[in-house]
Design a binder for this molecule. Structure first.
Ligand code: G6P
Length: 606
């Protein structure tokens, strides 16, 4: 899972490639590289670490040309190092690759036997040697076709050549790839986002296709090598300033943006005059839907889990959730009465995309909930519900999670109404309560200081637990994930009622434990579970809502009370202290909060 950029221009391209690579770091940031053609010679510069390091190296040894490719890497084969960074070049070709070549070990053996010498431990290098080999006796198109036929797995490729100085080749199987059009120059990018500062005119390669990008034209071919035409689409322009404002990190900014992102999303979906939810024109007959399957990865999976509780509560539909990487390999029972909902911030997650693809092949009804509307998942689903929260830069998802929750709740309410499971009056009341959310989220953010104080103990802990029941359980999972991602502290999210079936054995003196206990029907039960933790030495941070009756704080380490809201909407508020907790714990440790170690924003390999 990596980022690719290619530019064929009549002006120097290195600076522009470096700027685009910085924007692509959300896809990987453990090494980076650029190759340009300078006076007919492939000039490659690579390094371990961030694009910033690459920039410093290039600044010292300028290698500018008017055609080049660049790459940011998230290591899959071979550790992050300069030699394993892309591009991988021979004297004749230079390759950047996103994805995994599954038969690389076998291909490498054959190539070594044919006399090729490998420099890196990557799967990608076989591509460099394969094309170099084919180019000895074939023209460019034939060499590309022959090389593509040998590769198994998923990939997006960008390739430049010593002997074809006006061509960048792009090829796609499995991993997305976009082509952009500019004045007297054309581009290649692992997504349209990479190209946004240069153009808003793009085409997307479909599986099996490849292209020749020249300065003034782009030729597209199908997997048989026949010329094809591609539609040119206009994507929204890059009007977002990727600026932290007064915040130290994007994550802090994104947490604080939530009252506004929720407000914008509500504006898109709520028709205040008619007190109605604007989720309309479904491409299927809603009455036919009897089951819903919600699919996602990471934080998006937690949104799915949250929606399961809402759908069960507010509709008669059967509902299941699935982690995309599991779903795609199981023996699934596809039924016409099923609606498949895919949740993904980026819309590019490889496993979620593969799960969508599987459903499409089985002719299922598909709906996606995404942040990036030009993404592969959005483009290929029957129906798209954007979350309207603007670009999310911090690798650990915050405002996108909140946006996913909101859209899933709106979809649930709408389906409940369309299936006659809720009265018009109750429907209207629930919509009106939603309109209060931005203000309540804003008020909840005022607990920041208290959370910052509590976070110190979490940053020093060996491990921690996040407990909740009912609606609070999926949020407990998300809170634990946030702490793992950012503070690198082991954290388990657990249903509070399940503690005594094993995890209670982990509780030892001083272990910090978050207990989420709103005043819902589970309140007394969760408080009893909390006491079980306290009596075994656990240091409990209780998160509840404000109420007239005081919470007994006997033996409690800390207590945070958020605004009062209906049980159904409590998850929106409880999310805030958990995001802040992880943020401040990581900050106290001096971690790279926007780019946590070993992770990437968009996971485009399985
Ligand atoms: C990565 C990110 C997570 C995200 C997950 C799913 O692991 O670091 O924050 O939840 O991918 O991403 P998606 O774009 O599909 O929501």
């Amino acid at each position: 899972m990596c980022g690719i950029i290619g530019i064929n221009s009549n002006k120097p391209v290195t600076g522009v490639i470096l700027n685009s690579l910085k924007k692509l770091e959300y896809r990987g940031y453990d090494s980076a590289g650029v190759a340009t053609l300078v006076n007919g010679i492939i000039n490659e510069t690579k390094c371990e670490g961030r694009v910033e390091n690459l920039e410093n190296i290039i600044f010292k040894n300028k290698n500018d040309g008017s055609l080049g490719i660049g790459h940011v890497r998230w290591a899959t084969h071979g550790q992050p190092s300069e030699v394993n960074a892309h591009p991988h070049s021979s004297e004749k070709v230079s390759v950047v690759h996103n994805g995994i070549i599954e038969n690389s070990t076998l291909l490498k053996k054959h190539l070594i036997r044919a006399g090729h010498v490998f420099k890196s431990q990557t799967d990608t290098e076989v591509i460099t040697h394969l094309i170099t080999e084919y180019l000895k006796n074939n023209d460019l198109k034939t060499s590309i076709l022959k090389m593509l036929k040998r590769l198994h797995g998923s990939f997006a490729l960008g390739i430049i050549f010593k002997d074809f100085p006006d061509i960048i080749v792009g090829a796609r199987r499995g991993s997305p790839l976009a082509v952009g059009y500019g004045p007297n120059e054309n581009y290649l990018g692992s997504d349209s986002y990479a190209l946004k500062s240069m153009t808003n005119k793009v085409s997307y390669l479909d599986d099996g296709e490849f292209c020749f990008i020249k300065k003034k034209e782009v030729q597209f071919f199908n997997s048989d090598g026949n010329k094809i035409n591609k539609q040119v689409l206009e994507v929204s322009s890059d009007d977002q300033s990727y600026d932290k404002g007064n915040f130290k990190h994007f994550m802090a900014k994104e947490i604080h943006e939530q009252p506004n992102t929720i407000k914008s999303c509500l504006k898109e979906y709520i028709d205040k005059i008619n007190n109605e939810i604007n989720i309309i024109n479904f491409p299927w007959n809603n009455k036919e839907i009897k089951n819903i399957k919600l699919i996602g990865c990471g934080t998006a999976y937690h949104s799915c889990l949250m929606a399961k509780y809402w759908i069960e509560q507010l509709t008669d539909l059967e509902v299941e959730t699935d982690i995309a990487s599991e779903f795609r390999y199981r023996k699934n029972k596809f039924k016409n009465s099923q609606l498949y909902v895919f949740v993904s911030q980026s819309g590019e997650t490889a496993d979620t995309y593969a799960a969508l693809d599987l459903c499409k092949k089985n002719k299922m009804k598909t709906c996606s909930i995404v942040n990036v509307v030009e993404s592969s998942i959005a483009r290929d689903s029957d129906y798209v519900l954007p979350i309207h929260c603007g670009p999310e830069v911090g690798v650990a998802s915050t405002k996108a999670f909140m946006g996913q929750l909101l859209v899933l709740y709106l979809l649930t309410l709408k389906l409940s109404f369309l299936h006659d499971k809720i009265s018009k009056e109750n429907y209207g009341l629930k919509i009106s309560s939603l309109l209060e959310l931005p203000k309540l989220i804003e008020n909840t953010l005022k607990i920041e200081r208290d959370i910052q104080e509590a976070s110190k103990d979490f940053s020093k802990a060996k491990g921690s637990m996040f407990l909740g029941r009912g609606y609070s359980f999926p949020i407990a999972l998300e809170g634990a994930l946030k702490l793992k991602e950012l503070a690198y502290v082991h954290a388990e999210g657990y249903p509070a009622g399940e503690m005594k079936h094993g995890p209670l054995a982990l509780i030892e003196n001083g272990m910090p434990v978050v207990v989420i206990a709103p005043r819902d029907k589970f309140y007394n039960k969760t408080i009893s579970n909390m006491q079980e933790v306290i009596s075994r030495g656990g240091k409990v941070l209780l998160i509840s809502n404000k109420s007239t009756d005081e919470i007994s704080s006997e033996n409690l380490w800390k207590k945070i009370q958020v605004e009062t809201i209906s049980d159904e909407l409590f998850p929106f508020l409880i999310t805030i202290p958990l995001q802040l907790l992880a943020y401040y714990a990581a900050n106290a440790l001096g971690h790279d909060i926007d780019k946590p170690r070993n992770l990437a924003k968009s996971v485009t390999v399985e």
